[in-house]
Design a protein around this ligand. Structure first.
Ligand SMILES: Nc1nc2c(ncn2[C@@H]2O[C@H](COP(=O)(O)OP(=O)(O)OP(=O)(O)O)[C@@H](O)[C@H]2O)c(=O)[nH]1
Length: 340
């Protein structure tokens, strides 16, 4: 039997960058906290200590939870408020902090959110410095801030669109348009986490394999085999519910994640899918009947995702050995659930 290995990712490039930024802020500001306290410059000392503490808290949050969304917002609001308080405390010449703060926000947030946050802070900064600077200086700051804002916005928009495109491409199987192994890995990690935290009560997995697919390639050619895989994926998509998701696991094997579905429900759905497949008219196969076999397993809440998929794989193996064109439920969840 094939060995099935699913990897669970920990820190990715995204969280590593947030850790680096929040860690750097903490380390860089720590000496200034000490210096300002020793100088008795209490307002600035309080500001430095607050920023250092918040940056360290965000570092710990990302380090232990691997989550970056709150940290992105935290670092954005931190940089903007630190910039505004610094200008307020130390005078209008500190407006130069506006530029790094603005680019930080456009790096951390999506372009539209960053534009809103950035605009509010720009207006606030101008209100603070307005009484202390002449009109020419104010105009210079306004022009340079506007250029930085527009370029940061355009760059951020382009970057996020590209990131979305590449994420989509990297998680899609090019032949069938279904999610690929990478997308499945993410989904399995998400589901196992939800089950462990009890935000999802049940979830089943169906591993489906086309029967005697090698014969199709040998008889009708590889191109026809590809057409069958494409059409097979469409039958699956039509047969599953909106909350379910389908993936190409590899070759002629497919995985369907049935959210909020205990084993009995998954068996019924899998049985219906098998009927759909059997009754579909396969023009490219000169209307010969196509069958498939499947293994179903319900996630038990304590196991890792690779154990869950391995149980479905063992059930699929049993279905193949029992003569194909059938669904077998993993016996550790339910006994004698073979359905023809
Ligand atoms: N056309 C096509 N064939 C593929 C693709 N990926 C894998 N295959 C073929 O799928 C076939 C799978 O064969 P087997 O693993 O022997 O399985 P099977 O013939 O379906 O037999 P059972 O699973 O035991 O019913 C192999 O011949 C692979 O070359 C693909 O993307 N396109």
């Amino acid at each position: 039997m094939r060995s099935v290995k699913i990897t669970n990712s920990k820190h990715n490039a995204d969280s590593a960058i947030i850790l680096f930024i929040s860690g750097s802020i903490t380390l860089c500001l720590l000496p200034f906290c000490v210096i300002r306290i020793m100088q008795g410059d209490w307002p600035v000392a309080a500001l430095n200590v607050s920023i250092t503490t918040l940056a360290f808290a965000l570092f710990c949050y990302v380090y232990f939870t691997y989550r970056t969304l709150i940290a992105r917002w935290g670092l954005s609001l931190l940089s903007m408020s630190a910039m505004l308080i610094t200008i307020h405390l130390k005078g209008a010449e500190q407006i130069l902090w506006l530029y790094p703060a603005l680019t930080t926000v456009f790096y951390m947030l999506s372009a539209h959110f960053a534009a809103v946050v950035g605009m509010i802070c720009l207006v606030a900064a101008f209100i603070i410095i307005y009484p202390d600077v002449n009109s020419l200086y104010l105009l210079t700051i306004a022009a340079t801030a506007a250029i930085t804002f527009v370029f940061s916005y355009a760059f951020s928009l382009k970057m996020h669109k590209k990131a979305y495109f590449f994420r989509n491409e990297s998680e899609t199987d090019p032949l069938t348009g279904l999610g690929n192994r990478r997308a499945l890995d993410s989904k399995l990690a998400e589901i196992t986490k939800k089950i462990k935290t009890k935000s999802l009560t049940s979830c089943s997995l169906l591993l489906l394999d086309i029967d005697n697919f090698k014969n199709i390639n040998d008889t009708f050619g590889h191109k026809c085999g590809d057409q069958v895989l494409e059409a097979f994926a469409n039958v699956l998509l039509k047969g599953i519910r909106g909350k379910d998701s389908a993936y190409r696991f590899g070759g002629e094997e497919f995985v369907i994640i049935l959210t909020d579905t205990p084993l009995e429900g998954a068996l019924t759905l899998a049985k219906n899918l098998l009927k759909d497949i059997e009754t579909t008219q396969w023009d490219m196969l000169e209307n010969k009947v196509l069958t498939s076999s499947g293994g179903v397993a319900e996630l038990d809440g304590t196991e890792a995702s690779y154990e869950w998929i391995s149980r479905a794989d063992r059930a699929l193996y049993e279905a193949k050995n029992a003569g194909r064109n059938r669904i077998v439920a993993d016996s550790s969840n339910l006994d004698d659930c073979a359905v023809a």
